[in-house]
Design a protein around this ligand. Sequence first.
Ligand code: KIV
Length: 260
Amino acid sequence: MSERKGFSRSSIVKEFLRAKRRGEKIVLLTAYDAITASICQEVGVDALLVGDSVANTYLGMEDTLRVTLDEIEIFTKAVRRGAPQLPIIADMPLMTYETSVKDALLNAHRLVLAGADAVKLEGLWVDQIRALVRAGIPVMGHLGLNPQRGLISGYRRFGRKEEEARKLLEEAKKMEDLGVFSLILEMVNEDTAQRIADELSIPVIGIGSGKPLDGQVRVITDILGLSPWIPSFAERMLDGRHLFKEAISKFIDEIKGLNF
Ligand code: KIV
C-alpha cells in the first residue's frame, strides 16, 4: 500500500505551486463523508474536494443545481473531521457567489468556518475571485464544462474549435492573473487542455480532458465503482457496487438463516 503523504494543510497554495514546479502530478479526489476522507488521508491523496457533485452522488439529484450551501457546509465539516491533516477545497454552490462580491465573501467564509482551506467556483467571476483572494481565501478555478451552467452550455466537450480554445486560454490566463492557485479543466479538448497547462504557472488539473496535465481530479464514487453510471473517462479501480451488494446480501443470508 502507498506510503505517500498528502499535501500539508497549512500551505495549500505553496504545495500546489511546488508540485507544478517539480513536475509532480497532483491527485485530487472528491469526498463527502468522514470515513472516505480518513481513508484518503491514510493512503496519501494530495487534497480533497467537497464537490457539488455530492448532489448527484450522495443526494440522488439529477444535476448540481439544487444543492445548497447548508448542505455543502455539513459535508465539509464531515470531511474535515475525517481528514484533519489534508487540504480541503469546498465547492461554492450555484447562486452563492454569482449574485455579488459580498455574497461570495460571506458564503466562502462559511465554508472556511466549516473546515475548508480553499473554495472552488465555476467560471470566470472576475470581481468575486479578486475579492476572495484579497480577503485571504484561496480560490480554485473551474473552466470547460461548468455543470452549474450545463443547461445553457450543454454537457459537451469544450475547446475543440480554435476560437473556443483561444477563449478558454484567455480565461485561464485571466484566472491566473487574478490569483487562483489552481485550475480545473473539465471536458476540455486534450490539446487545448495541454496548451493551457503549458502556458500557466499554476497547476492545471484535468477531468475528462485527456492528457495527464499537472494532475487529475475524480469523483470518488466513480473510481470506487459505486455510482450506477460512470463516465467513460473515469478509471473504475474497484467494482464497489458489486462488492457492496455481495457483502450486504451475505449479511441478509446470515441473519435470515440464523437460528438464535
Ligand atoms: O463537484 C465536483 O465533483 C467537481 C469535479 C467534477 C471537478 O467539480
